[in-house]
Design a binder for this molecule. Structure first.
Ligand SMILES: *Cc1c(COP(=O)(O)O)cnc(C)c1O
Length: 364
């Protein structure tokens, strides 16, 4: 690691692989074969065709994606998907089911309520979202247009081990904070979306992977603007208008890095090792207290508390001085959050655990 880079535990925008940053820097003035910067190429050029095709091919290979799925690049973040999912998948008169496991899941549900009928199929809000519901607690309607779940709850630090079985009901997953951190059974999924800035690339692009039959599921509604229709992106190679060229290029480089790192099985093992190091540091002390129930703990966002808010403030500030940045919890819940995304080196988890022991020794 270059000497002037810290370990970045921020929740998003987040750490990117250093080799990817170096490659982007090397090629920034002139992309090989293009004679100009990726920041300057036309989005209709053969160069951009190649960038998109190679990113899509890499994602297909990485995810083991069946042929009947489209890979789309959009803008507006995961938040825009909160609206696009019901606009495209919820027919007039239909209803969609949502499982509320955190702040983002609740926002997705609220947006769907604005646009149509949405039902709560399960919720742990009453337990401050400290756990993922058991399968037996879910009440999924056979008639639901889709079931929406958030695979990893970035703020509360919980993650589904196995996504729920929705039977014939299409499963729609907000995977913004754990996309490509572990294998996903794509053949069971209807639609997956992820803002890139946590596990996939820089801010500005959103990945949507959607089963072909869902792209045109809702009867055409004059009220759905072109830019909010999946079909507009599927029909025009993610380019109904000018796309975020640089962000897509970066996602392509990150995907190539993920493939070179051994693919999703290897990444899952690595992410399990990193998370185990930090959770062990929490569990072996009486000073730190994890906020998620052990069976629901996230491998991506480790959330914990110290005895009081003043110690938490000092923990964050002292860690930053020690080269461990971005550990402050989300403003809505407070506490500490260590995000351990794919690109965070394993050495960062060890450095954090060592810092935690030392901080406890001097402040406990
Ligand atoms: C960060 C996040 C969002 C919001 O993403 P934007 O791209 O900023 O809209 C939505 N869902 C989850 C699970 C997130 O972690």
């Amino acid at each position: 690691m270059s000497a002037d880079r810290v370990f970045n535990f921020g929740a998003g925008p987040a750490v990117l692989p250093e080799t990817v940053l170096e490659e982007a820097r090397r090629d920034l003035p002139a992309l090989p074969g293009a004679g100009m910067s990726v920041l300057e190429v036309s989005h209709r050029s053969a160069v951009m065709d190649g960038i998109i095709e190679s990113a899509v091919a890499g994602i297909r290979q990485l995810a083991g994606l069946p042929d009947d799925y489209h890979v789309l690049f959009l803008q507006g973040g995961a938040t825009q998907q909160f609206a696009m999912v019901p606009l495209n998948l919820l027919p007039p008169g239909g209803a969609a089911d949502y499982v509320l496991t955190g702040v983002w899941a609740a926002k997705a549900y609220e947006e769907a309520q604005l646009l149509g009928a949405a039902r709560v199929a399960g919720s742990t809000e009453g337990e401050r979202y400290a756990r993922i519901p058991e399968a037996a607690e879910l009440d999924i309607s056979d008639a639901a247009a889709y079931l929406h779940v958030t695979s990893n709850n970035t703020i509360c630090g919980t993650q589904w081990r196995d996504l729920p079985d929705a039977g014939e009901v299409p499963l729609v997953v907000d995977a913004s904070s754990d996309i490509f951190s572990r294998p996903l059974a794509f053949d069971r999924l209807g639609l997956v979306y992820a803002g890139a800035q946590k596990n996939l690339g820089p801010a500005g692009v959103t990945l949507v992977i959607v089963r072909d039959d869902l792209i045109r599921r809702a009867p055409p509604r004059a009220a759905v603007p072109t830019m909010l229709r999946y079909a507009a992106y599927a029909d025009q190679g993610s380019r109904p208008n000018t796309p975020p060229v640089f962000a897509i290029y970066m996602v392509g480089l990150v995907v190539r890095w993920l493939l070179a790192a051994g693919g999703l099985e290897a990444l899952a093992r690595r992410n399990e090792r990193k998370a185990a190091i930090v959770y062990e540091a929490i569990d072996r002390s009486g000073f730190y207290r994890g906020t998620a129930e052990p069976g629901s703990r996230s491998l991506m966002n480790v959330t914990f508390r110290l005895p009081d808010a003043e110690l938490e403030r000092r923990f964050v500030a002292t860690a930053k001085e020690a080269g461990l940045a971005g550990l402050k919890g989300h403003r809505s819940v407070g506490g500490i959050r260590a995000s351990l995304y794919n690109a965070l080196p394993e050495a960062a988890a060890g450095a954090l655990a060592a810092f935690m022991s030392e901080f406890e020794r001097t402040h406990g």
